[in-house]
Structure formats: structure tokens, C-alpha cells
Design a binder for this molecule. Structure first.
Ligand code: LLP
Length: 398
């Protein structure tokens, strides 16, 4: 999202830190996906773990997207945001009996990713329809921490376990309606996605009752160059797989990107609280930290950072730090920015995905507000900042 004058004035007048998302940017991504995967045999889901603000879910639902929900809380947010249960695909790791009951009562699609969970579901609910999450062995991701297939991944039913999974379902007359497999998140290359999809398409032939194959999300976003992920290569490859493996159109193809939809639509705006010089470093200290935006801390992720207040002054090299009591709370090392002063506004870019949704109250700090820059230029609050009462109200004080 580019910094237009409207946002600049708003940021000057608004208490920092806060997230702001561009409705136009989200809409552009939605349009790109809908134009690309345009045949009726595709179902588009949005992986709401990337950003689960109800206003964003509402807009996506209005555009015809369903959601990938990974907790019962996400199911409830989706339902409150107007997503009908049949468009909610619940896919959670380590299901508990209570979670299964809640999902079944909510009437959503249920994906099961382990034989243990399968036994729980089939034992209690003979005759229902479910889908199986499969670990195809082909994993990918921008970091080892987000690869979801392969030997080291905790996710999915292994290919070698599938016969047993089928037998468990058969005994309970449970219908396997879908197959699901997700390689991982954020890889820019499409090869692994396509190979994983190929394995799933081939596998589909050995299931007689399939209504869909869900190939997962994971469409990358290049935070450095801002080049787009090649969704058309995926589209072409999936259509070819339909032909190669002779899958009729009644077997819907599902994709469920999260990051691709929202990453570039968000900015985290913060203010400089201190500028400090050691013998080897210049530090900028912000009024936010990895409790608000953890990607740099977790994955050493690169995010463009801009000083919104600076003019043409000389450039300096800075380490940009958060305000938490932890040395690793650094957003970037050795970045060149215009000479920065206390009070300047700093924008951390491309923070629409896995930003607020991964935020926490570490250091007992409140989480920030979220705003939406509407298409008509209006800026609307879509989540207020937390206050101290929000934090203390769950504690027992006596
Ligand atoms: N489907 C499943 C089953 C997933 O586990 C995920 C992401 C997605 C879809 C969406 O993936 P996406 O299209 O957004 O890449 N916190 C990390 C990302 C974790 C992703 C977890 N699963 C990050 O900030 O990079």
C-alpha cells in the first residue's frame, strides 16, 4: 500500500501504534484470484488465520469466498461475519472432542489430519462426511517453521496411513468427501505446490466419493521485490491435472490462500520514541514491538520500513527496535533511512498478513487498533485498541 496524503494526515492525528489496511488492495487481490480461477469447478477460500478481522472476512464473503478456519473461534468469527456454514472449512491440528462437537453442531466442513482425530470423529458421528488432510511428503515454505508437509511436519495423515484411514471410515460408514494437502506458506516458486497437487490428483482416483480436492494455500508474497506470485501457473497446472487424471468437473478444486490476499494491503504505523547511538550502531526505538508484529522476530522476515515524517535530509544506517523487554525485539538491522528524530512516524509495510492475527499481550502491553482505508477514501476503525481493563479483566485479583 502506498502512502497517500489522506493516510499521512490521518496518521499524524491518530494515536500510534495502529494497523491500517487498504480495501482497494484487498479487492485487487480478490479480483486477480477470481479472474484467474474463474471456472465454476473452483472454490476459493480465504485462510483467515492471515487476518481474521470480521470486516475483512465480510468483504471476502461478499465476493464469494469461503474460509479456511483453523479453530472453533475462527469458525465463530466467520459465522458472525456472514459466512454460511457450508462455506466454512474447518481444518485444525490436534482436535479435541469438544472442538469436534462444536464444529459438527456449527454444520461446517470438517477436515481431519490424524488417525486419532479420525477415530474420535467416526466413533461419535458415524455416517457423516469429512475430508482427510494428507501429508504428501512435498513441503515448502519461506522458513522451516511454516513447512507443513514432509517427514518433519506434524500435519496430515501420511500416504502410508491412508488405507487405514479408509478402513476406519468404512467401518463407521463415514464418507470421505474431500482430500486436503497444504505444502506450507510463502514460497515464491510454484514447483512444489504443483507437485503436491499432482500427488493429490493422482490419489483422488482411488477414492470413489470425493466432492473436492483442496490443494491448500501458501501463495507467496515477495516482501523485497513485491513481485507477484504466479497464480496463473498454478491455474494452468491444476487444469492440466484435471485432464491428466481424468477428474470430472463434479470434483471441485479448492485453493485457500491467506497471505496473497492481505499481506500487501496492510501497514503498521508507529512513532519513534528514542534515537540512540552506540559505538557501532544507530538505534531507532519505536512505540511498538514484536508483540504487535512478530514476523521479523519469528522468521527474520524482511519488511520495508519508511520514515513518513522525514524530508530530504541526509541518510543514515539504523537498527530499528521495538519497545519490548527482549533484545531480539528488532524489526530490521542496518537499514538506510533519512536521519530520524523522536516523534517521527514510521511505517512498517506489507503487514496485512500474520500481523495482528499473531499479536499478543507480551510485556502486558495492549494490542493496537485496526483501521480500514475504504475505496472512497474514508478511514474506518475496524477494531479499537485494547485498554488495560481488557487485560486485567480475566485475572483473579483476590
Ligand atoms: N491452509 C492451511 C492449512 C494453512 O496451514 C495455511 C497457513 C494456509 C492455508 C494459508 O497459507 P498462506 O496462503 O497464508 O501462506 N505465520 C507465518 C505463516 C503461517 C502459515 C500457517 N498456515 C508467517 O507469518 O509467514
Amino acid at each position: 500500500m502506498e502512502l497517500c496524503k489522506n493516510i499521512r494526515t490521518f496518521c499524524d492525528d491518530t494515536e500510534t501504534p495502529f494497523y491500517i489496511y487498504s480495501e482497494t488492495e484487498i479487492e485487487n487481490r480478490v479480483t486477480a484470484l477470481k479472474d484467474c480461477f474463474r471456472e465454476p469447478a473452483y472454490t476459493l477460500l480465504y485462510a483467515m488465520k492471515a487476518n481474521s478481522n470480521p470486516q475483512i472476512i465480510k468483504a471476502l464473503a461478499a465476493s464469494g469466498f469461503g474460509v479456511d478456519a483453523c479453530s472453533v473461534e475462527e469458525i465463530r468469527i466467520a459465522a458472525l461475519s456472514g459466512v454460511p456454514p457450508e462455506n466454512i472449512y474447518y481444518n485444525s491440528d490436534c482436535l479435541t472432542a469438544d472442538e469436534i462437537e462444536m464444529a459438527i453442531r456449527a454444520g461446517v466442513n470438517i477436515t481431519v489430519g490424524s488417525l486419532d482425530a479420525l477415530c474420535m470423529v467416526t466413533g461419535k458421528h458415524p455416517g457423516i462426511g469429512i475430508s482427510l488432510r494428507v501429508n504428501s511428503g512435498v513441503g515448502a515454505g519461506h522458513s522451516a517453521k511454516v513447512i507443513t508437509n514432509g517427514e518433519l511436519s506434524k500435519f496430515g495423515i501420511l500416504l502410508s496411513e491412508l488405507e487405514e484411514a479408509k478402513a476406519i471410515c468404512k467401518t463407521a460408514s463415514v464418507v470421505i468427501e474431500g482430500l486436503h494437502s497444504h505444502t506450507g506458506s510463502g514460497e515464491m516458486e510454484v514447483t512444489n505446490y504443483i507437485e503436491n497437487a499432482r500427488i493429490m490428483a493422482e490419489l483422488a482416483k482411488s477414492f470413489s466419493s470425493l466432492k473436492f480436492i483442496n490443494f491448500g494455500g501458501g501463495f507467496g508474497y515477495d516482501y523485497v521485490t513485491h513481485c507477484s506470485y504466479d497464480i496463473s501457473a498454478i491455474h494452468v497446472a491444476l487444469n492440466e491435472l484435471r485432464e491428466t487424471y481424468d477428474l470430472d468437473l463434479a470434483t471441485r478444486f479448492i485453493i485457500e490462500p491467506g497471505r496473497y490476499v492481505v499481506a500487501g494491503a496492510g501497514m503498521l504505523i508507529s512513532r519513534v520514541c528514542s534515537v540512540k547511538h552506540t559505538s557501532s550502531r544507530n538505534f531507532i526505538g519505536l512505540d511498538t514491538g514484536h508483540n504487535h508484529f512478530p514476523r521479523c522476530f519469528y522468521y527474520d522476515a524482511w519488511h520495508d520500513i519508511e520514515n513518513m515524517s522525514a524530508g530530504q535530509q541526509k541518510k543514515m544506517v539504523y537498527d530499528i527496535a521495538g519497545n519490548l523487554c527482549q533484545s531480539g525485539d528488532i524489526f530490521a538491522r542496518q537499514r538506510t533511512l533519512p536521519e530520524t528524530e523522536v516523534g517521527d512516524l514510521i511505517c512498517i509495510k506489507d503487514t496485512g498478513a500474520y500481523g495482528f492475527s499473531m499479536s499478543s499481550n507480551f510485556n502486558s502491553r495492549v494490542r493496537p487498533a485496526e483501521y480500514l482505508l475504504k475505496k472512497n477514501g474514508e478511514i474506518k476503525v475496524i477494531r479499537r485498541a485494547e485498554n488495560f481493563d481488557d487485560i486485567i479483566s480475566t485475572c483473579v485479583l483476590d
